[in-house]
Design a protein around this ligand. Structure first.
Ligand SMILES: Cc1ncc(C[n+]2csc(CCOP(=O)(O)OP(=O)(O)O)c2C)c(N)n1
Ligand SMILES: [Mg+2]
Length: 384
C-alpha cells in the first residue's frame, strides 16, 4: 500500500514550528481609538501604554483651548465684517489644535495647513501675524525660521514632503528636533502624503504626521474618501508605527502625541497619529454645510465637546473652579478685543511689493509684469 504525503502528514503528529515574528507588530494602531476620558469628562481606568499627562499641562491645555475657541469665533466675525478674505474655522478641533503644539518643544517645527490658525496662536505667534495670509497678503505674516513654523499650507499635503526634508536635515546635522505635520483626512489621499511618509520612513526622519480626521474634505465625507479601516492604517504599509485617538478627548490626544513625539525624538523615525474629531463649522465662510450634512449629525458631535470634557475632568481633579473658569474666560475676551481692535485698522500695502523677494535677481518676466502693474496703477491714479 502506498501512502500519500498528505496521509503521512496526518498520521504523524504535527511538530509546532516556531511562528515567524509578525512584521507588522508595533506598527498597527489599536482597533479602537485611544481614549482616556469618558465623553462626560470622567477618567477611564489608567493604562500603561498611555500614561496620563501631568495635570498642570492639562490645565494649560484648557486655558489655550478656551482662548483658541474665542480667537476662532473672533476670526469668523472678522470675515463677516470684510476684514479677512476667508477663514477656515477649527471649532470642535481644539484638543488637536492645542495638543499638537503642546506636545512639542519651542525648537521643534510645526507644518500647519490653512485650518491651523488656532494652533499657531496657541504656539504663541501674534494673532495678527497668523491672520496675515487670510487677510489677503502675499506672505505668511510671521518669520517661519524664527517661529519654527512653516507657512500655513493651502496646496493639500505638500507640507508632508517639506517636513520630511527638513526633519531629515535636522537629524543629519545631529539635532534632535521633531517636525509635526498637521494634515486633514482628505489630504491623506494626495500623492504628497504618501511620498512624504515613505521618505520619512526610509530615512528615519523625525516627523509626526498628525491627521485630524474631521470627517469631511469640504463636502466629501469620509466614506467617499477611503476604504481603509482607519486612516491610521495608512502608515503601516510604509513601516510607520501608527495610532488612532479620540480627537475630542484632550487627555488622550496629548498622551498619544507625547508618545509619538518621544519616538521620533529618540531617532526611531516617523509616527502617524489619526485623531477622530469633527469640523463643527462649514469648511470656510464661503461654504454652506447644510447642503451635504444634517443638523442632527452636528448636534450629536456637540455632545462630545472637547472643552466641556476637559473642564469636567479638571474640576474633578480640583485643578479648576468657578473663579478660575471666569478668569480664563476673561483672558479670552481681552485677547479677542485686542485682536478686533488691531484688525480694524487697514494696513496700507504697496501692490508693487508683490514682486519683491521672489528672486534675488528678478527674471525678465517678473520685471515686465512689475512694469505692467506700475503703469496700470499710474493710469488709475490719473483717472481718479
Ligand atoms: C492639491 C489641492 N487640491 C485641491 C485643493 C482644494 N481643497 C482645499 S481644502 C480641500 C479639502 C481638504 O480636506 P481635508 O484634508 O479633510 O482638510 P480639512 O479642510 O477638512 O481640514 C480641498 C479639496 C487644494 N487646496 N489643494
Ligand atoms: Mg477634513
Amino acid at each position: 500500500m502506498t501512502t500519500t504525503p498528505q496521509a503521512a502528514r496526518r498520521a504523524s503528529p504535527r511538530k509546532r514550528r516556531p511562528s515567524a515574528p509578525d512584521p507588522s507588530a508595533g506598527l498597527l494602531p489599536q482597533t479602537e481609538p485611544v481614549r482616556l476620558l469618558n465623553p462626560d469628562g470622567t477618567l477611564l481606568p489608567a493604562r500603561a501604554d498611555y500614561p496620563e499627562p501631568p495635570v498642570e499641562a492639562l490645565r494649560e491645555m484648557y486655558r489655550r483651548m478656551v482662548v483658541g475657541r474665542r480667537f476662532d469665533a473672533q476670526a469668523t466675525a472678522l470675515t463677516k465684517q470684510g476684514r479677512l478674505a476667508v477663514y477656515p474655522s477649527s471649532r470642535g478641533q481644539e484638543a488637536c489644535q492645542v495638543g499638537g503644539v503642546l506636545a512639542l518643544r519651542d525648537d521643534d517645527w510645526v507644518f500647519p495647513t490653512y485650518r491651523e490658525s488656532m494652533a499657531l496662536t496657541a504656539r504663541g505667534i501674534d494673532p495678527v501675524e497668523v491672520l496675515t495670509l487670510l487677510r489677503g497678503d502675499w506672505h505668511c505674516g510671521y518669520d517661519p525660521a524664527q517661529r519654527r513654523t512653516a507657512p500655513q499650507c493651502t496646496p493639500l499635503a505638500t507640507q508632508c514632503v517639506h517636513a520630511a526634508g527638513l526633519a531629515y536635515g535636522e537629524s543629519y546635522q545631529g539635532r534632535d528636533t521633531v517636525a509635526l505635520v498637521y494634515i486633514g483626512d482628505g489630504a491623506t489621499s494626495e500623492g504628497d502624503f504618501h511620498e512624504g511618509v515613505n521618505f520619512a520612513a526610509v530615512f528615519k526622519a523625525p516627523v509626526v504626521y498628525f491627521v485630524q480626521n474631521n470627517r469631511y474634505a469640504i463636502s466629501v465625507p469620509l466614506s467617499r474618501q477611503t476604504a481603509a479601516p482607519s486612516l491610521a492604517y495608512k502608515g503601516v504599509g510604509y513601516g510607520v508605527p501608527s495610532e488612532q485617538v479620540d480627537g475630542n478627548d484632550p487627555v488622550a490626544v496629548l498622551a498619544v502625541l507625547n508618545r509619538a513625539v518621544a519616538h521620533a525624538r529618540a531617532g526611531k523615525g516617523p509616527y502617524l497619529v489619526e485623531a477622530h474629531t469633527y469640523r463643527m463649522e462649514p469648511h470656510t465662510n464661503a461654504d454652506d454645510a447644510s447642503r451635504y450634512r444634517d443638523a442632527e449629525e452636528v448636534e450629536a458631535w456637540r455632545d462630545r465637546d472637547p472643552l466641556t470634557r476637559l473642564e469636567t475632568y479638571l474640576r474633578g481633579r480640583n485643578m479648576l473652579d468657578d473663579a478660575a473658569v471666569a478668569e480664563i474666560a476673561e483672558q479670552a475676551e481681552t485677547y479677542a478685543a485686542q485682536l478686533r481692535e488691531r484688525m480694524n485698522s487697514q494696513p496700507t500695502v504697496d501692490p508693487l511689493s508683490l514682486f519683491d523677494h521672489v528672486y534675488a535677481q528678478p527674471t525678465p518676466q517678473l520685471v515686465e509684469q512689475r512694469e505692467q502693474v506700475r503703469a496700470e496703477l499710474a493710469a488709475s491714479e490719473e483717472d481718479a
